[in-house]
Design a protein around this ligand. Structure first.
Ligand code: PEP
Ligand code: MN
Length: 280
């Protein structure tokens, strides 16, 4: 790519957290913010396992217009306050329009910056070039870019160049599975073999999203959650972060409940990923 050298950087710091091709973070949380009670349970569980990075969607791009679209700006004040209360330093949060960046900035300021936000570009906006330029032309927030589910890897890397070439090089590249026409027991074809590919083509930290790759809460024959297995594959491949969905009560989740892990599973997930990372 023309600007591939723009992606050369030695990592970045954000709100006391460091991200590069050796670092490791687990962004665990709800697909979509629903109630303060559920968000608080999630943050409390994260604090108990010593995790300060989370995921929470306020602006949800949905395939069906009648599905829950996210609480949007109005949940940000209490979301940020709860994050601060439980020591969450960074929330990965999708933005689908330029105005959302401003809303997040304003609400963080108003709340006294109790936490930080990483702007997520969802797979459906992987080539929304105006949105990419918008997150690229601000340096307040780092960006979690999710690869396009139906475009080439090269095209997704070029999309990151859009962000970097506008000035913001604080980017994490996230693999989240791709669509195929072959049929698949999973929601998407797991693409974690691309972790070392992306790490060698760029200097970006690479994240994996086992939740949207697998797409279901389901026990493998050995009695282990399939999502644990697939996440471990990402860690073995060298992932620098995991984006993963949990919910205190998946049955009442307003988005992606069937693929959410439970809070009882959280300590096991964290411990397993740490053990796998140590072993490789
Ligand atoms: C998500 O992380 O909740 C999400 C919508 O992911 P993706 O854009 O990868 O589908
Ligand atoms: Mn989701």
């Amino acid at each position: 790519g023309r600007h591939r050298e723009d992606l050369e950087s030695l990592g970045f710091e954000y709100n006391g957290l460091y991200f590069d091709q050796d670092s490791f973070h687990i962004f665990a949380g709800l697909c979509a913010v629903d109630t303060p009670q559920n968000v608080e349970k999630m943050f409390k569980a994260l604090r108990e396992v010593g995790i300060t990075t989370s995921r929470m969607g306020a602006y949800k791009p949905r395939t069906n217009p009648y599905s829950f679209q996210g609480h949007g700006r109005k949940c940000l004040p209490w979301l940020f306050e709860l994050a601060g209360k439980y020591g969450v330093k960074c929330i990965a949060m999708e933005v689908t329009k330029e105005i959302h960046i401003e809303e997040i900035y304003e609400e963080l300021e108003r709340a006294g910056r109790p936490t930080g936000v990483m702007l997520q570009i969802g797979t459906r906006n992987a080539q929304n070039f105006e949105l990419l330029k918008a997150v690229g032309s601000q340096k307040e927030f780092p960006v979690l870019y999710k690869r396009g589910m139906g475009i080439t890897l090269e095209e997704s890397l070029n999309a990151c160049e859009y962000i970097a070439s506008e000035g913001n090089r604080n980017i994490i590249f996230c693999l989240r599975g791709v669509k195929t026409n072959l049929g698949d027991p999973h929601r998407n074809l797991v693409d974690f073999a691309h972790v070392p590919v992306v790490k060698s083509l760029t200097r970006l930290p690479v994240c994996v999203d086992p939740t949207h790759s697998v797409g279901r809460r389901h026990f493998a024959p050995d009695g282990i959650q399939e999502i644990f297995h697939i996440a471990a594959q990402g860690v073995i491949a060298g992932a620098n972060a995991i984006l993963v969905e949990f919910h205190p009560n998946p049955e009442e989740a307003l988005c992606d409940g069937p693929q959410a892990l439970t809070l009882e599973e959280l300590p096991h997930f964290v411990e397993d990923m740490r053990l796998v990372r140590e072993a490789y």
